[in-house]
Ligand binder design. Structure first.
Ligand code: NAD
Length: 503
């Protein structure tokens, strides 16, 4: 039987995962597991089956206050910054070691919770998270100030220098598409800079963040340095971004919620980093092999079922090879046909939830109603209750259609043709977003010209989606504020202090 005629039925969980799911719903505050004050919980659904598999605690405002108080105390009494930088470096490396040890278990849990294929979590999310921790560990001993000779005073009369200090308590709010690696992307640089943390995972996918708390305890981090509160954005998230004892908010999620958070955080002038949505263009030049381009474009949109902020969701192909690339996309779609997340043959899983399923199918319907044609997909395979959507490519689209302008966050690509480079630059930039772009060509001159003209925080050439802990990541325009990763990402958790002393 070919993998695509097998029924879409989730596979049994390991004993380890089953034991984890049987735990009572708890928050992780001040180094301890604690129930929510209200006793309220949120259901956890396996998107591959549509069935409830456990419940997580729903933090109330009072629970968030407890977590912020723990982080505040841990920052103010210097139990974290008071450690030697080399000791903090060792602890972060230790956490990376433990994550490496348990990588297979984390990959399974991520697959169960989010719907992504376990093999993809094991090959992508986990190695990225581990490398990220190892990279930032080194910054604990390398963030440095600077001495400066004051310009308005004769030499020797003043001593002036810059200090880089941790901001304080960081509230970190993450989405559901890469739950663990997004959590590490937040926690790691904040720890390296010397901040203490309250992390709120997405209500749809909190399991790996909770499992991470086990490793934070085992690694030996001082209590209160990292706190993890599960719960709803409208309650726990809202309280975090307004809390007067929070100094910094780092948020990854939708542009709509990001704008709201930016406004809310202004009340107490919190430092804010926002990693938001995208509608990233993929541009194929006429010299590029059509089948290779189709394979690349398919991977750019169907990886993680298109639930990727940098998904290559708008394809622009030169008219001379447009039809060939679209044909190629249709043939590559079978590789990406959705399978349950624990199936070893899975390359793409279901989308994360019933709500996301309805939203994506709604976009496909609206697109075809507005005049777009389906080159492939557009429907949902029958299953035992999971949220599976076939890889979909829409053609005959117009620049003003919702499917071209809005972030769908599902396995749906809109393909358009262009005739010259100025035209494609204009089309690529015709969006309120500016997160990423992909360019496919062997013409180096054209590659660099496009790389400089497309307004996006990351440009990929002849690849798509490559992220690296060393490379700053973030958005132009409405795709965000600030950068994560690299030195810039660590510095986002610091304040610069000028010290000027008369001698
Ligand atoms: P979302 O904005 O709905 O939720 C993200 C997080 O914010 C969740 O933890 C949620 O509980 C919380 N939240 C919701 N309302 C809140 C409020 N009022 N106050 C505080 N917190 C609140 O996004 P999502 O649906 O989970 O994720 C998908 C979105 O995330 C997409 O738009 C995607 O592009 C974006 N994303 C961006 C990046 C990036 O790095 N730029 C990475 C991944 C995902």
């Amino acid at each position: 039987m070919s993998s695509h005629s097998k029924p879409l039925t989730q596979l049994p969980y390991s004993d380890e995962a089953t034991r984890f799911l049987a735990r009572p719903p708890r928050l992780f505050i001040n180094g301890e597991w604690t129930p929510s004050s209200s006793g309220n919980t949120v259901a956890v659904i396996d998107p591959s089956s549509g069935k409830e598999i456990t419940r997580i605690a729903e933090a109330s405002e009072a629970d968030v206050d407890r977590a912020v108080a723990a982080a505040r105390t841990a920052f103010d009494d210097s139990r974290w910054t008071g450690l030697a930088p080399t000791a903090r470096e060792r602890l972060i490396h230790h956490l990376a070691d433990l994550l490496e040890r348990d990588a297979d278990k984390f990959a399974e849990l991520e697959a169960i919770d989010n719907g992504k294929p376990k093999a993809f979590a094991a090959a992508g999310d986990l190695p990225f998270a581990i490398a990220n921790l190892r990279y930032v560990a080194g910054w604990t001993t390398k963030l440095a100030g600077e001495t400066i000779e004051p310009g308005l005073s004769p030499e020797g009369t003043f001593h002036a220098y810059l200090r880089r200090e941790p901001i304080g308590v960081a509230a970190q709010i993450v989405p559901w598409n890469f739950p663990l690696s997004m959590a590490i992307d937040k926690i790691a640089p904040a720890l390296a800079a010397g901040c203490t943390i309250v992390l709120k995972p997405a209500e749809l996918t909190s399991l790996t963040a909770l499992r991470l708390a086990d490793l934070i305890i085992e690694a030996g981090f001082p209590a209160g340095v990292v706190n993890i509160v599960t719960g709803r954005g409208s309650v726990a998230g809202e309280r975090l971004v307004r809390h007067p004892d929070v100094d910094k908010v780092s948020f990854t999620g939708s542009t709509a919620v990001g704008k709201h958070i930016n406004t809310a955080a202004t009340e107490t002038m919190k430092r804010v980093t926002l990693e938001l949505g995208g509608k990233s263009p993929v541009v194929v030049l006429p010299d590029f092999d059509a089948d290779q381009a189709a394979a690349g474009a398919a991977q750019a949109i169907f990886y993680n079922a298109g639930q990727v902020c940098v998904a290559g969701s708008r394809l622009y192909v030169h008219s001379s090879i447009f039809d060939k690339v679209v044909e190629g996309l249709a043939s590559h779609a079978s590789y990406w046909a959705p399978r349950p997340s624990l199936d070893p043959d899975a390359h793409m899983g279901p989308v994360v939830s019933q709500g996301q399923f309805d939203r994506v199918m709604g976009y496909i319907e609206a697109g075809t109603k507005a005049g777009a044609s389906l080159a492939t997909g557009g429907d949902a395979p029958s299953s035992d209750g999971g949220y599976y959507i076939n890889p979909t490519v829409l053609v005959d689209v117009k620049p003003d259609m919702g499917v071209v302008r809005e972030e769908i966050f599902g396995p749906v690509l809109v393909a358009q043709r262009y005739d010259d480079l100025d035209d494609v630059v204009r089309q690529a930039n015709d969006t309120p977003y500016g997160l990423a772009a992909g360019i496919w060509t062997h013409d180096l001159g054209a590659m660099h010209r496009l790389a400089s003209k497309i307004k996006a925080g990351t440009i990929w050439g002849n690849t798509h989606g490559a992220v690296d802990p060393l490379m700053p990541f973030g958005g132009y325009k409405q795709s965000g504020i600030g950068r994560q990763q690299g030195r810039a990402g660590v510095e986002m958790y610091t304040e610069l202090k000028s010290v000027i002393i008369r001698l």
